[in-house]
Design a protein around this ligand. Structure first.
Ligand code: C5P
Length: 406
């Protein structure tokens, strides 16, 4: 999965130390680059035994810093210059030896020296044999780093290169990217509760057939992730989608509109913001059979029953909640969005035209217009769903503050 723009205009310094998971750091560089970051790689001597610097140089499009005594570019002292320009320092994989050096303030290689000079946020992704990880010395060192404000990721669990099974794998590069973005995002939703819905619903007529739509859930997941990065306590209610649960939030997986309505009703109370990005099926087959309907060419019509309009119900009893709806339209975006906003008593509706390339259902990008009850609409440039999410949250937060809900 790509997260374009999650790290736009950020300088990420990636420290690679000598563990077998160093090969995964190459993919991490690609993810950082795809997310819009300028990446500088620092390697220890041991890391070079696993992956050659050229790999990181090619992927990062920057020279690798691996020798404290090499030519200090343009008369600058390399580790101090790098430290000053870093928005975040990520060490992945972080070996027990490097962690021990960081905890003890040693400075005998390019990375540990840089570590002392960096004042930006720092993240370590431990990766080692389970016994080395669980050794009290390593645990004490990790605790020291955590106390000093480092983001210390828990290692993944599974097969280890040494043949053992258990804790010790380097966390997935996607997780490291997500936590890096979270670490450097301003926490302007700190202490706020946010409910997000995402994805389609499925309305079954028999155990193998259903009515649905092509919603991928990407917009809703991007909103949930962005809210979490900004410090909110997030509940995500999602229909069937192909994505893993986003990190550090309550995720409720549902299938039908009725299940989504039940989950939303359970968690809607006391939310500061609700983003209803799910493409909920308005109708369901009036009756679903337990067994597969056999093809007898006899059925001519399918009787439907109306599903509850979840957002309409939330709008009826809206307290101090900013309520944001979504409208995917094929025509008359402004007219249809305005009608929905009024009918459902929303503070904002985010409209987009579906059926155009690279926007709407399934795409990583979206072109949306935000409509409000009493101010002119706001047309946003085409951008990644991650940055649409932040732009939508910015606007919801402005409404929240204007209404004095703070
Ligand atoms: O389907 P429609 O275009 O009316 O969706 C507009 C908004 O209403 C969306 O935010 C959607 O999540 C929400 N909705 C809902 N319950 C429905 C249908 C739509 O909450 N049954």
């Amino acid at each position: 999965m790509i997260f374009p723009s999650m790290l736009q205009n950020k300088r990420v310094v990636l420290g690679v130390t000598g563990g077998i998971a160093a090969y995964k750091a190459a993919y991490l560089v690609r993810l950082f680059k795809q997310a819009g970051a300028d990446v500088r790689v620092v390697m220890t001597r041991a890391a070079e035994r696993f992956v050659c610097p050229l790999t990181f140089e090619a992927l990062s499009e920057n020279p690798v810093y691996n020798d404290m005594w090499q030519d200090n570019s343009q008369g600058k002292i390399a580790h101090i210059a790098l430290a000053k320009e870093a928005d975040v320092l990520v060490v992945a994989p972080a070996t027990a030896n490097s962690i021990a050096k960081f905890a003890n303030g040693m400075a005998d290689d390019p990375l540990s020296t840089l570590m002392l000079a960096v004042t930006a946020p720092k993240l370590v992704a431990p990766s080692m044999n389970i016994n080395m990880y669980e050794n009290p010395a390593t645990q004490a060192n990790l605790q020291i780093l955590a106390k000093r404000g480092f983001c210390v990721l828990a290692p993944g669990i599974g097969f280890l290169a040494c043949g053992d099974e258990g804790k010790g794998r380097m966390p997935d590069p996607e997780i490291i990217l997500d936590r890096t973005a979270a670490l450097i995002t301003e926490k302007d939703l700190g202490g706020k509760r946010v409910l997000v819905t995402a994805g389609p619903t499925r309305e079954y007529m028999d155990p193998v057939r259903f009515i649905s739509n092509p919603s991928s859930g990407k917009m809703g997941f991007a909103l949930a992730r962005a809210c979490e990065h900004r410090g909110a306590c997030v509940t995500l209610v999602t229909g069937p989608v192909e994505m893993d649960d986003p990190i550090n939030m309550r995720v409720i997986r549902v299938t039908t509109a009725l299940e989504m309505a039940a989950a939303v009703n359970e968690y809607a109370a006391n939310q500061d913001m609700v983003f209803k990005a799910a493409a909920v099926s308005d109708y369901r087959p009036a009756a679903a059979t337990d067994q597969k309907i056999k093809d007898s060419r006899q059925i001519e019509t399918l009787e439907l029953a109306a599903n509850p309009d979840i957002l309409f119900e939330l709008g009826r009893k809206k307290g101090n909640t900013v309520l944001v709806g979504f409208a995917a339209e094929t025509q008359k975006l402004e007219e249809h969005s305005a009608q929905k906003m009024q009918k459902k008593n929303l503070d904002m509706i985010v409209g987009n035209i579906v059926g155009v390339s690279d926007s709407g259902f399934g795409a990583d990008f979206n072109t949306v217009t935000c409509f409000y009850p009493d101010t002119p609409p706001d047309r946003l440039a085409s951008q990644s769903k991650d940055s649409v999410a932040h732009a939508v949250i910015d606007r919801a937060l402005t409404i929240y503050r204007k209404k004095g809900y703070e």
